[in-house]
Ligand binder design. Sequence first.
Ligand code: AP5
Length: 224
Amino acid sequence: MGPPGVGKSTQAARLKDRLGLLHISTGDVLRWHIAERSPLGLAAHAYMHRGELVPDELVTQMTLSHVLSPDGAHGVLLDGFPGTTGQAHALDAALATRGRAIDAVFYLTAPAEMLIQRLAGRRICLDCRATYHLETMPARVSDVCDGCGERLLPRNDDSRHTAWRRLTAHPGQTRPLVDRYTHAGVLHRIDGRGAAAEVTARLLTALHATGLGESGKEVRRATG
Ligand code: AP5
């Protein structure tokens, strides 16, 4: 969890292989549906364009089908889900059907001016979903993905107006979830400032403090 631009996707990409977890980014899955012009993508597009949450009934089923898939049997790293208490209820219920539960929730934080700077310079690869930043994480060749060679573009919802709407809506949207996971004793606040490697090190330290290991063998359930 964490506000737009704090580095959730960047950190998830760095941790997923190391922890042996399936990474599920609701934002990426929704953007894929929009690019494919699927019925879900067509329904979600207007909400995302306005910087609003997509309704629970569209997001929940889509995400839980990945969580409960065979690929997620050894544990999942959720990025952007749950985004509402309705989604959190549905996630708990779905995990319980497999005797699983949330192990840890990481809440990344950074000052607003840093979030704005990160969103303004973000570039993404529409093909392999890799994330770059014009200043802090540039591609080797300008506007070309290092991994797959496709063109890099800004995200539609990173325009100044939409990014601002997402940033200002975030605290109110996530407060009930922060309360829920604090009460459950699984929430860890992580400082998202500094280089990506420093933030990864903080996340791994917090993960180890929960008694969960780094091999993936011990991280079998759900980490958000
Ligand atoms: P989503 O894609 O999840 O967007 P978000 O939550 O707003 O988060 P972002 O992807 O903007 O930021 P991030 O924290 O992943 O940062 P990143 O790693 O890219 O969702 C988009 C939309 O989909 C939502 O608005 C909503 O409409 C819908 N949606 C998604 N989930 C939903 C749900 N559950 N329910 C309903 N609707 C949902 O990093 C940002 C930039 O900073 C990059 O350029 C990166 O290179 C750079 N950077 C990262 N870390 C560092 C660092 N340590 N130092 C320097 N630069 C860094």
